[in-house]
Design a protein around this ligand. Structure first.
Ligand SMILES: NC(=O)c1ccc[n+]([C@@H]2O[C@H](COP(=O)([O-])OP(=O)(O)OC[C@H]3O[C@@H](n4cnc5c(N)ncnc54)[C@H](OP(=O)(O)O)[C@@H]3O)[C@@H](O)[C@H]2O)c1
Length: 256
């Protein structure tokens, strides 16, 4: 890993693997987030030609350094928000406990792992999966007030905590963050997918985008990392950090 921006601290320094602690420092949430306002970070990987998946999975776009950052971002978060289609396609499992982050999480007053929060209107989810039955901390299901009753019962029976954040079957993306912050989750991370992230971005509630650009192209028709109706005006973000390893670029962008 090398820092390209700001810096580099030592020009010409060769790539080296960063310790997990170094990555955790580099990606620390801003203090204001921990102070209660809540900070929503998105983490996504894109191919050079803009694809957010290949064959329905993001792994073909990723590499070891990307997975390392993915793991660190999870380890820093109170909650990981994810769309139901990503849970289905990527066969999401509960976050796993990692000894390397135990002390840091305890000192920050965090649970041993972040909770996974699944956003779904249909609740067409397999509640017999470990994501719901075996998490270290209960999985959250974020849905609308008119979600199917039988599926709500199934979610609760499996041990999930259901959060209502919309008056219809769907969720109002503007309500996700305040509902989670109210429950003490102020360091928020979303791992997409593109349809959920498109709505969060269009609603203006994404504070930061961690974007991996993979030096691969895929052609095809996969969506970009945000998909949905075009917003009236392009939104500017500022680049705060740019890291590189093995041709992969790891950018971090914030709302000014
Ligand atoms: N490149 C990356 O970094 C990355 C990251 C994540 C995922 N992916 C890829 O993206 C693909 C899946 O992404 P996707 O965009 O199709 O789906 P997605 O955003 O993961 O999930 C869409 C689903 O989330 C629920 N949802 C979204 N907005 C909602 C709202 N306002 N109210 C209620 N429910 C809502 C709905 O679930 P219900 O249908 O249950 O109602 C909807 O069908 C996968 O192939 C995955 O591999 C890539």
């Amino acid at each position: 890993m090398r820092r390209l921006y700001p810096g580099p601290e030592s020009p010409g320094e060769p790539e080296r693997e960063w310790a997990l602690d170094e990555l955790a420092e580099a990606y620390a949430y801003p203090a204001a987030a921990a102070a209660g306002a809540g900070w929503l970070r998105a983490n996504m990987v894109s191919s050079l030609d803009g694809a957010a998946h290949h064959g329905g999975r993001s792994k073909p776009l990723s590499n070891a350094a990307d997975m390392r950052i993915f793991g660190v971002l999870r380890a820093l978060a109170d909650v990981v928000i994810v769309g139901a289609e990503t849970v289905r396609e990527e066969r999401y499992r509960p976050a796993r406990r990692r000894a390397e982050f135990a002390e840091r999480r305890a000192a920050a007053g965090q649970t041993v792992v972040p909770a996974i929060a699944v956003v779904s209107a249909s609740l067409h989810l397999d509640f017999s999966l470990p994501l719901f039955t075996e998490p270290e901390v209960p999985t959250l299901v974020i849905t609308g007030a008119k979600a199917p009753h039988a599926r709500l019962l199934a979610a609760r029976e499996a041990g999930a905590e259901v959060i209502t954040a919309g008056d219809q079957a769907g969720v109002d993306p503007r309500r996700i963050k305040p509902e989670l912050v109210r429950r003490g989750h102020t360091r928020l991370l979303t791992e997409g997918g593109p349809r959920l992230l498109g709505q969060l971005a269009a609603a203006g509630v994404v504070d930061e985008l961690c974007l991996t650009v993979s030096p691969r192209f895929t052609v095809g028709t996969a969506p970009r990392v945000m998909s949905g109706p075009e917003i009236p005006d392009p939104v500017d973000l500022e680049l705060t950090d740019l890291l590189a390893e093995s041709g992969f670029l790891f950018g971090r962008y914030r709302r000014p």
